[in-house]
Design a protein around this ligand. Structure first.
Ligand code: TXA
Ligand code: MG
Length: 345
């Protein structure tokens, strides 16, 4: 089911316990684009230039590959990621096209704008890519080499900025290498990014446009387009519950997916009214024991996490117990997510 990349690890771990690998740095060419698409198809990680900043890309439809992004960045939490595609049509095959989204796409795509849209019913983007959300973030970048890569790959590429968590966003291939060499497969060198500032993120799922993160496209520019299209020209800010953390990570909090069931952590066995989600040696409930990863593979557990929570929710179970997950590497992000799911609501 899951695609795990066969890579040749260097046999060394860095001080964070990460399995180091060879990182190739290649100038952009037909050959390096072909290499990049092959790497993405195998579930690997490719940094590429956009007109805003360099992105760290993985196949957005492959949860295991996307888990690799979080591991490489050493991100202690799962933020929803932006999926990049070559054309507005490709974007609207994945996310629902509203009149507002259509007007903004006409005006600003390709370009430094990301739209948050409701998933289309058959949207193949992995749940991990959107951190469990039914909304997805989509961008059509204008950078010609990003365009080439996305057209050649032919599917959505999930990409946060290509830097270690907590470090500044990279506007040159050298910045990416300084931050991520040894942790990703390939860096495509396309020179300096023109903008250096991230894309404007606009939530188009409600009656009003909401700017979740300011960026390359300004509030006034957005309002002007909405007026011209006879749409509500008021451009909102994230609601107050989101706002406290809007600067840290827009879209993180109130909108974050939480299961309906109550969640108990670090469970070794299930109480009679609970269903147990296993990990490693602790087998879960059921004839085919439910498990985040039977082989204690944290990458696999991260890839399974949101799908599993959604599936359990669909069963309308009142209580979920979850086996202990080690707090190393991706385990930190998994535990962060599980603690939020277990917090009283
Ligand atoms: O310019 C950019 O946007 C760059 C280039 C690579 O495209 N990407 C970038 O990604 O800045 P990142 O991961 O650093 O920031 C993505 C932001 C996150 O803060 C996340 O909260 C928000 O987008 N986001 C993604 N999906 C979302 C969703 N479904 N709902 C709300 N916010 C979302
Ligand atoms: Mg970033």
């Amino acid at each position: 089911m899951m695609n795990f990349i066969r890579r040749s690890p260097l046999g060394a771990k860095d001080r964070l316990g990460y399995d180091m690998r060879m990182t190739e740095l290649l100038p952009l060419s037909d050959l390096s684009i072909a290499r990049a698409t092959a790497t993405l198809r195998m579930g690997g990680l490719v940094a590429f230039p956009t007109e805003t900043v360099y992105g760290l890309g993985a196949n957005a439809n492959n949860a295991a590959a996307v888990a690799g992004i979080f591991a490489a960045k050493n991100r202690p939490e799962f933020n929803p990621l932006i999926s990049h595609v070559a054309t507005p049509d490709a974007a609207f095959a994945l996310g629902h096209r509203t009149p507002m989204a259509a007007a903004l796409a006409d005006a600003f795509w390709p370009g430094p704008m990301t739209l948050v849209l409701t998933r289309e019913p058959d949207c193949p983007i992995a749940m991990l890519t959107s951190a469990g959300l039914e909304k997805i973030a989509l961008r059509v970048p204008a950078h010609p080499e990003a365009q080439r890569l996305l057209a050649a790959f032919g599917g959505p590429v999930a990409a946060p900025s290509a830097n270690m968590s907590g470090k500044i966003s990279p506007s040159r291939a050298a910045h990416v290498m300084q931050s991520l060499a040894g942790r990703i497969d390939l860096v495509l060198d396309g020179g300096a990014c023109a903008n250096g500032v991230e894309s404007t993120i606009i939530d188009c799922t409600g009656a009003q446009a909401i700017i979740l993160r300011p960026g390359g496209v300004t509030r006034d520019e957005v309002a002007r387009v909405l007026i011209k299209a006879n749409l509500d020209p008021k451009v909102g800010k994230p609601s107050t519950s989101d706002n406290d953390n809007a600067l840290v990570s827009p879209g993180q909090l109130a909108s974050h997916y939480a299961p309906n069931a109550t969640v108990r952590l670090n469970a070794l066995t299930a109480a009679t009214d609970e269903i147990l989600v296993g990990f490693g040696e602790i087998a879960g409930s059921g004839e085919q024991p439910i498990s985040l990863s039977r082989t204690s593979n944290l990458n696999e557990a991260a890839a399974n996490l949101f799908d599993l929570l959604h599936q359990l929710d669909a069963l309308k179970l009142p209580k979920i117990a979850i086996a202990p997950i080690p707090d190393t590497g991706l385990g930190e992000a998994i535990n962060d997510r599980l603690r939020r799911a277990a917090a009283p609501r």
